[in-house]
Every structure is written in C-alpha cells, then in structure tokens.
Ligand binder design. Structure first.
Ligand code: ADP
Length: 490
C-alpha cells in the first residue's frame, strides 16, 4: 500500500509541475514574440508618423540635380537608423524600386537570389504601406512607399526576429531548469507527504486487522484533526460500538440459553414428580392404602397445575415478546382497582394472620389502561407480599397521584430481598429462594410479566429503598394511558 500511494503522490506532483511549467512557458514565450512584433510595428509606424516630419520630409525632398535618389534615401535612413531600431545585424533597411520591388540600396547587401517579394512589399508596390506580420513567420517586415524627385521608392525594413528567438531560448532553458528543480522538490515533498499520510493509514489498517481478528482492546491514537484523524476517530467509535454490540449479543445469547435451561429445569421437576408418583401408584395398585393413593393423586394434580401455570406464564411472556398481545384500554377508576385487589387478597392474608392496611386518598382519577392486566400486576405484588412475609406480618397497600401518574405501593415487613438480588428479581425465573418460591406455587415469572405489562403502559414497576426489614414495591401508571396506542378502547 505504501509504495502505490507514494507512487501516486509522486505522479500527481510531477504532472502538476510539468503541466504548470508547460502552460507558463508557452504563455511567456508567446507573449515575448507578441511584444517584439508590436514593438517593431509601433516603432516603425512612429518613425513615419506625425512626430517625425523632418525624417519624412528628408526622405521625400530630392536635392537639386539629384542623380542617385536611392543612395540619398539610404543616406537619410542611415541617419535615422536609431529611430528605426536598425542595428544592421538583426534589423536592416533597404531601398527598393517602387515599381518592381528590386533592390536598389540598403544597410545590408542584397540577399542572395534577389529580394523576395513579401506580402508587405506587394502591398507597398500597390501604393499603400504594408505593416502586417504573422506570429508564425520567422521574420517581421514593413514596406512604406515614398515618392522622391518624381521617382517611386519603397523603404523596406526587415527584422529576422533573432532577438526574440534568443530571448525565448534563454527563457526556455530557464523554464527547464525550474522544472528540474521543481521536480526534485516535489519528489522530496511527496516523500514527506506520503509519510504523514501513509503512516496513519498503515496504523489504521493494522487496527482494522486487529478488530477483524476480534480484538477490540486497542484504541488508535488520533494524531491530527484532518480527514485521516476523523477517519481514525470514526474507526475508534465504530470499534467501540461493535464491541458493545457484540457484548450485548453475547449477553442476549447467554440469557436465551439460561432461559431455555430454566424452562427445561422448571418443567422437569414437576414431570419427574408426576412420573415417580404415578409409577408408585401403578406398581402398588391395590396394595396401597387408599389415603396414601389419594395423597399421591393429589401431588400429581398439584404438579400438573404447576406445569399448566408455568406454561401459561411462558405463553403470556412470549405473546409480549412477539408483540402479539394487545392491551384492551378502557377508562376505569384506579382507586376501585386497588380496593378490588385488597378485597381479593384479604381472605388469603387473614389465613396467614397478616394485618393488611389500605390507605387511599379521598380522590383518585380514572385511568386509561387494560384493567385486567393492571389487576394482574396488583395481585401479583400483593400476593408476593403475603407469600414472602412470615405469618402474622403487616402489609400496607397505599395509592396516590403524582403529576400525570397514579401509583400503588405495597409495603411488607417480610423477609425482604438481599441487596445483591434486588436488581435481578424482574428477570425471568429469578427467585431469591427457589425452594420457598416453588413451595408456594411461584414460577419466578410473575414479576417479569408484571414489569412487561407496566412497560407496555408506559409505566414503571420498581423497588423502593427502605431501611426497615421487608420490601416496598411500587407501580406507576400514566393517567392518560400509553402514548402509543397499543390496543383499542374497549
Ligand atoms: P415467584 O413466582 O417466585 O413469586 P415473582 O417473579 O413474583 O416469582 O418474584 C420473583 C422473586 O422475587 C421471588 O421468587 C422472591 O424471591 C422475590 N420476591 C418477590 N416479592 C417479594 C417480597 N414481597 N418479599 C421478598 N421477596 C420477594
């Protein structure tokens, strides 16, 4: 990875520098040529313009009895060669015949093979000055027709553009030098850049490989605030999220396994009992005293009931889990429900010599909830108080309103729950004392179901802290019912 990214960086840099130099070079060299052409024509035009009346007059005015007009024109041009920029090396002037364009005189001898008739000379032969030049031609010239002593001449100025070419060549070698220097610098820079980019990427790759191998422990160090830094941060966040998701999944999986094990265990115990009692009955049929057979049958019936209970509770929970259980929401007086619960358990409580106290305020509102389910929760927590309080205990049922919620609290002075177990009693099948719970017909599912019902109502079921012995458990219910319609108004 390191090599390919580095190569790409170098390539990008090289391409950048080369294209930059080519564009700048072409632009500069073109400008130089353009500047020279412009300069030449403006200089020539100025020489023959309004500002140099003397020069033009000297050119056109023939002396008395002048014999060789061309030589005189040449002499005038020689005098003014500074104005025309004639250096006799790259730029020369010529005096041509106005009718044929033939060479008559000049600052340089006639070129070999005669003076070529350029487009500008052709224009001058027609009587108008020729001042045109193309950028691509390797010379620039101007041809101005003049009349002297009745004779037609053409003053022809020719520049071979050598100066511009020399300057361009100079510039070209400068640009090449700059290019080479730029390339060296860019290659060095790309090393540096690739180091600052590739190293964190390499670290990131290592980290990803570790995560792929299942090791989430290493957090990558974020060394910069740029995109790579952000990527590293995102990667760390993702690894953290992944770690917790996997932990959650593992926990869920463990819960599921425990649940299946619990269900099997809970069902196996009554089944074993039923089987052994039924076997004894079958083996000793006729020999067993009738009371004993009666007792055995009682046990079998009891155990069957227990199994039915467990299966019913499991079915209820499974309906909640799959969202198939709908709440039948109705409006009913909350105080009445509490009172009904109180009346329902009174007999059972008295059988255990418990004193049960009911504390209701003067007024409680109607609530919108599934009455049957809410009664199920109330019954469950009050029966627990009766079950887990030694005979002769004291149980207080109170209810009230707090904000937009109503609540019911059940307080007992029974065996309570050890601090270590308090968080777990809402878990499925969790029981502090398995034997005691089973003896009293408990399945360990009651509070899980109760809590599920309260959550469905957007309510709560929780343990209240208390210092005295026993347990206080409290349910809270929103008066207006669950926000999301879970069922239909009945
Ligand atoms: P169970 O059918 O065993 O009563 P629950 O889900 O109703 O199942 O209760 C779970 C466990 O919580 C019980 O087994 C018991 O250990 C504990 N528990 C519930 N209520 C009380 C209480 N009032 N006092 C002491 N322990 C309680």
């Amino acid at each position: 990875m390191r090599r390919s990214l580095h190569l790409k960086l170098v390539l990008i840099m090289v391409l950048l520098i080369v294209s930059l130099m080519v564009v700048v070079g072409a632009f500069l060299m073109n400008s130089v040529t353009g500047y020279y052409i412009n300069d030449f024509y403006s200089q020539t035009a100025a020489a023959f313009g309004q500002d140099n009346v003397d020069f033009v007059r000297d050119l056109q005015t023939a002396g008395e009895d002048e014999e060789d007009g061309a030589a005189m024109v040449e002499a005038v041009l020689s005098t003014y060669s500074g104005v025309l920029g004639v250096d006799r090396r790259h730029r020369n002037f010529y005096v041509l015949d106005g009718a044929t364009g033939r060479y008559l005189a000049g600052s340089a001898p006639e070129p070999e093979g005669g003076m070529p008739i350029t487009p500008n000379i052709a224009t001058a032969l027609l009587g108008t000055p020729g001042f045109d030049s193309s950028v691509t031609a390797d010379y620039m010239d101007a041809a101005i027709p003049i009349v002297r002593g009745g004779q037609n001449y053409i003053v022809y100025i020719l520049d071979n553009r050598e100066t511009a070419r020399a300057l361009n060549a100079e510039m070209f070698s400068l640009i090449v030098e700059a290019l080479v220097l730029g390339l060296v610098i860019s290659i060095l820079l790309s090393f540096l850049l690739s180091k600052t980019m590739v190293n964190p990427l390499q670290r990131l790759t290592d980290g990803i490989e570790e995560v792929a191998r299942g090791d989430f422990s290493r957090k990558l160090e974020v060394t910069s605030g740029d995109e790579i830094g952000q990527l590293t941060e995102s990667f760390n966040a993702m690894a953290l999220q992944l770690e917790s998701t996997i932990a959650d999944l593992e926990q869920e999986e463990q819960k599921r396994k425990d649940f299946v094990a619990n269900v099997s265990h809970e069902l196996r115990t009554p089944l074993t009992n039923i089987k052994s009692y039924a076997e004894t009955l079958a083996d000793g049929l006729g020999d067993l005293p009738p009371e004993m057979a009666q007792r055995f049958l009682g046990v079998i019936l009891n155990e069957s009931d227990r199994m039915t209970h467990i299966l019913q509770d499991l079915l209820t929970l499974s309906r909640f889990d799959s969202g198939r259980s709908e709440l039948r929401l109705t409006r009913f007086p909350f105080a009445k429900a509490v009172d009904d619960t109180y009346q329902a358990i009174l007999m059972d409580a008295q059988n255990h010599a418990h004193t049960v106290e009911l504390r209701l305020p003067d007024w409680l509102p109607q609530v919108r909830a599934d009455r049957e389910r809410i009664m199920q929760v109330m019954m469950n927590i009050v029966s627990n108080a009766i079950k887990y309080t030694p005979d002769g205990g004291r149980i207080v049922l109170s209810a009230g309103i707090a904000g937009d919620k109503v609540w019911m609290e059940v307080d007992d002075n029974g065996i309570g729950i050890p601090p270590a177990d308090r968080d777990r009693i809402f878990e499925r099948f969790y029981r502090v004392d398995k034997a005691r719970s089973r003896q009293s017909g408990g399945t360990g599912l009651g509070l899980s179901i109760a809590q599920e019902i309260m959550l469905r109502h957007d309510g709560r079921l929780y343990l209240v802290d208390k210092t005295e012995p026993g347990l206080t458990i409290r349910m809270e219910l929103p008066i207006q019912g669950p926000r999301e319609e879970a069922g239909h108004e009945g």
